[in-house]
Design a protein around this ligand. Structure first.
Ligand SMILES: Cc1cc2nc3c(=O)[nH]c(=O)nc-3n(C[C@H](O)[C@H](O)[C@H](O)COP(=O)(O)O)c2cc1C
Ligand code: SF4
Length: 341
């Protein structure tokens, strides 16, 4: 029997329970990627709340990535001490931390201006440059003391678009088959393994793009198998439109769990599933009916950063998150109900 509140190891990371904070973008970093005092406070509160491991909000590997505002960035060695401080704050609570490395989009410099370029229009040299940016960011993450990195290949961020047949129509070795489209992921992984060997490498991937002609479950499964063969340390299953509304405890929780269960059957690495978990008994039920090892949470932790401690003290506690998604547009992406309970 798997229990949420039991210690577990995810390859080289030891967790005090099976709950993971899924990456949640706060939008409060400075334009150069430097960390603000508010971010330190948010992560300290999360770590004190009892979560087993934290995955940071998406952290761009590039300075010239204008996809979203307030992104953290691991694009410059000068930023390493600030990220080390973040890691130290989280480690002080005995909590491992993984940084989610992302590229929102690739921007090419033309006539002194940066313009977004999609995978089909990139040169091979530019693809190799992006791979290099991910590896360099991982090396900085290792120097800052992170326990791992998560390659963000979900939610139609750059890598998610790159592996999607709806977006990538390249005819070279980076396009065509699922193996070719996901070559960018395996090359990033191999580079990180070589240059930052202490890091746990995980990936967040779409089960489905829910886009005409996009990645579907059979292709996503094929890519997960390829990543497993390339010895990824864990896989987190998500999908486009990840923050589904209208979630009710015991009614429609865990909407990506059926697909994550098939991934867990097909791979040897631990599988994490995100998406609409609100009650402890549902999470344990899914863990015990499948080979899924860990459950990740985003919105429940925005609403109550100490929900793990609350559930541990009283197993009948249900997340107060009403899945309204107002936190996507609130300052610092704080839950709009915080401080009102
Ligand atoms: C405000 C907000 C910011 C988010 N930022 C990220 C992010 O940085 N990276 C990511 O992969 N997913 C991000 N997500 C998606 C969540 O990680 C998660 O996949 C989704 O909300 C479903 O899980 P939940 O029901 O536990 O919230 C974000 C979600 C919210 C609400
Ligand atoms: S604003 Fe609060 S209640 Fe609404 S989805 Fe976000 S965390 Fe949940």
């Amino acid at each position: 029997m798997k229990k949420i509140f039991e210690s577990v190891t995810m390859n080289n990371i030891a967790l005090k329970n099976r709950l993971v904070r899924s990456a949640t973008w706060e939008g409060i970093a400075n334009p150069d990627g430097s960390v603000t005092a508010e971010a330190y406070e948010i992560y300290e509160e999360l770590a004190k709340g009892g979560i087993g491991a934290i995955i940071t909000g998406f952290t761009s590997v590039a300075l010239h990535d204008y996809y979203f505002e307030g992104m953290m960035r691991l694009c410059d060695d000068a930023l390493i001490p600030q990220y080390k401080k973040l890691v130290d704050i989280i480690h002080a609570e005995g909590t491992p931390v993984i940084t989610q490395l992302a590229l929102g989009a690739y921007y090419r410099e033309m006539d002194g201006r940066f313009q977004q370029v999609e995978p089909d229009d990139m040169t091979e040299e530019e693809i190799r440059y992006v791979i290099r940016q991910f590896i360099d960011a991982a090396v900085r993450a290792e120097k800052a003391g992170f326990d791992g990195v998560q390659i963000h290949a979900a939610h139609f961020f750059f890598l998610s678009r790159f592996i999607s047949p709806a977006v990538n129509h390249r005819t070279d070795s980076y396009g065509g088959t699922a193996e070719n489209r996901s070559r960018i992921l395996t090359e990033i992984m191999e580079g990180i393994r070589k240059e930052a060997p202490s890091l746990h490498i995980t990936i967040k991937i779409n089960s489905n793009d829910f886009t005409y002609g996009g990645l579907d479950e059979s292709e996503s499964l094929a890519i997960c198998k390829l990543l497993d063969q390339a010895e990824i340390d864990s896989i987190e299953v998500s999908g486009n439109g990840t923050s589904v509304g209208g979630i009710k405890a015991h009614v429609n929780e865990g909407y990506f769990a059926p697909f994550a269960a098939s991934v867990a059957e097909a791979v040897s690495c631990p599988v994490i599933v995100v998406g609409g978990f609100r009650s402890l008994d549902t999470m344990e039920d899914i863990l015990n009916k499948t080979r899924i090892e860990l459950i990740s949470l985003s919105r429940p932790l925005l609403r109550e950063p100490d929900i793990p401690n609350k559930m541990k003290a009283d197993t009948t506690v249900i997340s107060k998150c009403v899945s309204c998604n107002a936190c996507y547009s609130s300052p610092s992406h704080k839950c709009i109900f915080r401080g009102r309970d």
